[in-house]
Design a protein around this ligand. Structure first.
Ligand code: FES
Length: 141
């Protein structure tokens, strides 16, 4: 068939359906569904204007990746790619109101992924990113 296997969808209106389908839950942010290629995930920034606004972000679900990744805008073109899985008991992290939170037991994290309230015992895992023009490349490790 061919063609790009990339699509963009919005989670806000489909949380219940996704939860029923056994997915990780509702991040409340746009979701990019894509694929891992050679251990990397590429994100075209032109499709996600929210990544221009500090504190906003998108969820990246890539076929071939072990976990969802939250790509967070930090301002001035900087982004950070963080694991979307809580370090406590592996619930799905949400990005709301400029804060990363875990709905299961209330842990919170800074936009850099640092634990700001437990019980999460560790910071969110950060994946290296490289920005080139309008493309962010996330390297899985
Ligand atoms: Fe996130 Fe418990 S699983 S706080």
């Amino acid at each position: 068939m061919g063609g790009a296997h990339t699509r963009r969808s919005f989670m806000e209106t489909s949380c219940k359906g996704l939860a029923a389908a056994g997915m990780l839950g509702c991040a409340g942010i746009p979701v990019l569904t894509t694929q891992v290629r050679s251990g990397k995930i590429e994100v075209d920034l032109t499709g996600f204007p929210e990544l221009q606004t500090p504190g906003k972000g998108i969820m990246v679900r890539a076929e071939g990746a072990e976990e969802p990744i939250i790509l967070v805008a930090l301002g001035e073109g900087n982004v950070r790619a963080l694991s979307g899985v809580c370090t406590h008991l592996a619930c799905a992290i949400r990005l709301t109101g400029g804060t990363l939170t875990c709905p299961c037991h209330g842990s919170t994290f800074s936009l850099e992924g640092a634990v700001t309230r437990g019980p999460a015992p560790e910071d969110l895992h950060e994946f290296p990113t490289q920005v080139s023009g309008q493309t962010v490349t996330i390297t899985l490790d």
